[in-house]
Design a protein around this ligand. Structure first.
Ligand SMILES: Nc1ncnc2c1ncn2[C@@H]1O[C@H](COP(=O)(O)OP(=O)(O)OP(=O)(O)O)[C@@H](O)[C@H]1O
Ligand SMILES: [Zn+2]
Length: 532
């Protein structure tokens, strides 16, 4: 089987064929940074992290972009309440995002664009929409005219005439000078005392939906492979992203639209605005980060997930079994005479390295041509399938073939992590059984190679789900080995080198920091910020 992904737009599972063989461009909507992230956010970003890890496991190179919404009324309200600024509030919660999600072993995105850093791209896009007749300015605001985009509603399944029904003519003054109530703001005129940017329509700030359209286009191009977000974003946010991007670019915004189900509390969405949330850091005071990950991954990503203390306790139990399996080597290696590193996959036997099945590939192509009725798509499918198959085969030839196949079958079915976990639990339980025998009888009859293979399979496949034993020295801070002060000094040295046009040295410093897991972001005006 090949990877099947449920596409919200077609309301069905479809075979994943990337736009370019071997490459995946993926964008997911990020948080509005006015508070700490809660378990609902954790679920969303763990889901996308697993999608990304699995695609990489299949041999794809994934470019993953996730934004931060750092202009919003909620951020401004918090800044006002704290007598602080919008920048200070968003910076604080962006740093908190990195800390919390990294503790859950969610890998960093390749880019974290922020709305405030993309104002030029945003208003260029709005101008383009205005020129094409999709947007209209009104008293310093700019609105998107929904009736101009006949496909509006195609993602959410809402009918445009229903949306527009009864909405002709001007709407109430409180909604501004919109022509229809379903029109939405692309640009908002500045209100006194609020941060504002110069624009062709006067001082103001962008609406929420436009930032994602602008950032996707800038960082990934007009069409991407996968666009993700919570199910609560299908309407209006993603519908509006489509209307903006597709009207401007005349190309589909995304091949696959993926949406995660909500984490609920007593059946209601866990949400900052409803106040019924438990933050990731509150949970981490009592629960192992990997148990939280396990709690999330035991359910299918599209299903609702109710947060209860019983469910968390059961995930903790599950993680204990898992952890025992992962730590099997460190516990029993000596007793078993297991030579350290004797079984790593680095020495892969790639016997099938040179097999290039041209004839089957052509037959395969002919079938795909009939199935997809599109030559380019068929070729991509064939090339991609051959490449993917040999990657998995080569990289994982030393693992338990049966377990790998069952794991892959589950994950290929729209990232069925609970099915994947069931395979891993079997491996962990086998190891537990061996451990018990060794503890009680001092030895086991099972050949060492079999035990090694079971353990190595568990370790490798768990990594695909981001389930890893975190020891002191695998935590981010320890990995970098640099204190904040040392990083600040290096960042300053790099700025000095750049000012002196010594680019070799400045690149060297950037590379050194990158190796230590430090990302640098150069801001307009010569400022550089960093994060681990
Ligand atoms: N309870 C939840 N369960 C799953 N995903 C969620 C949950 N809450 C938010 N998300 C997802 O997290 C991402 C970022 O959320 P964002 O910060 O924009 O808003 P929000 O948390 O829904 O807002 P609020 O809590 O203020 O209602 C979005 O993709 C959103 O769908
Ligand atoms: Zn978005």
């Amino acid at each position: 089987m090949s990877l099947q992904i449920y596409n919200t737009q077609s309301r069905s599972k479809e075979t994943f064929i990337p736009l370019e063989p071997g490459q995946v461009k993926m964008y997911c909507c990020g948080v509005t940074v006015y508070d700490y992230c809660h378990l609902g956010h954790a679920r969303s970003y763990i889901a996308w992290d697993v999608v990304r890890r699995y695609l990489e496991w299949l041999g794809y190179t994934v470019k993953y972009v996730q934004n931060f919404t750092d202009i919003d009324d909620k951020i401004l309200n918090r800044a006002q309440a704290e007598n602080s600024s919008m920048e200070a509030v968003s910076e604080r919660f962006i740093q908190a995002y990195y800390e919390d999600l990294r503790r859950l072993n969610v890998r960093d995105a390749d880019a974290y664009p922020r709305a405030t850093e993309n104002i030029t791209e945003i208003y260029q896009l709005i101008q383009q929409l205005e020129k094409k007749g999709y947007a209209y300015a009104s008293n310093g605001d700019v609105f998107y005219s929904v009736e101009k985009f006949p496909e509006y509603g195609k993602l959410s399944g809402r009918k445009q005439d229903q949306l527009l029904a009864g909405a002709s003519g001007r709407v109430s003054a409180s909604e501004g000078e919109k022509k229809h109530s379903s029109d939405f703001a692309l640009w908002k005129a500045a209100k006194p005392g609020e941060p504002a940017w110069e624009s062709p329509w006067g001082e103001g700030r962008p609406g929420w939906h436009i930032e994602c359209s602008a950032m996707v286009r800038r960082l990934l191009g007009s069409t991407i492979d996968i666009h993700g977000g919570g199910g609560d974003l299908v309407f209006p946010h993603h519908e509006n992203e489509i209307a903006q991007s597709e009207a401007a670019n005349c190309e589909p915004l995304a091949r696959f639209w993926m949406h995660n189900g909500m984490v609920t509390v007593g059946g209601e969405k866990m949400s900052k605005s409803l106040g019924n949330f438990t933050t990731i850091r509150q949970l981490l005071e009592q629960v192992d980060p990997m148990a939280i990950r396990l709690f999330v991954l035991q359910a299918h990503y599209r299903k609702p997930l109710d947060f209860t203390s019983e469910a968390i306790a059961s995930a903790e139990n599950g993680w204990n079994t898992f952890k025992e399996g992962l730590l099997f080597k460190s516990q029993f290696a000596e007793k078993l005479g297991w030579v350290v590193n004797s079984n790593t996959t680095e020495s892969i036997n790639d016997d099938d390295k040179s097999k290039k099945p041209i004839f089957p590939a052509l037959v395969f192509f002919a079938i795909c041509r009939i199935l997809y009725q599109n030559t380019r798509e068929s070729w991509i499918f064939v090339v991609d399938k051959l490449r993917g198959r040999s990657t998995v085969k080569k990289k994982y030839s030393q693992l338990d073939k049966n377990a790998v196949e069952r794991f892959q079958t589950a994950m290929d079915d729209d990232f069925n992590t609970s099915g994947g976990l069931a395979v891993l639990f079997e491996l962990a339980k086998e190891l537990r059984k061996e451990g018990n025998v060794i503890t009680h009888e001092g030895k086991t009859e099972t050949p060492l190679e079999d035990i090694q293979q079971t353990w190595w399979t568990l370790v490798q496949l768990s990594k695909v789900l981001g389930l890893e034993v975190q020891t002191e020295d695998t935590q981010t801070d320890a990995v970098s080995g640099l204190s904040d002060a040392e990083i600040e000094t290096l960042v300053q040295k790099r700025l000095d080198a750049r000012q002196a046009k010594n680019y070799a040295e400045s690149d060297q410093i950037r590379d050194r920091l990158k190796e230590a897991g430090i990302t640098l972001i150069d801001r307009p005006g010569g400022e550089t910020v960093w994060h681990r």
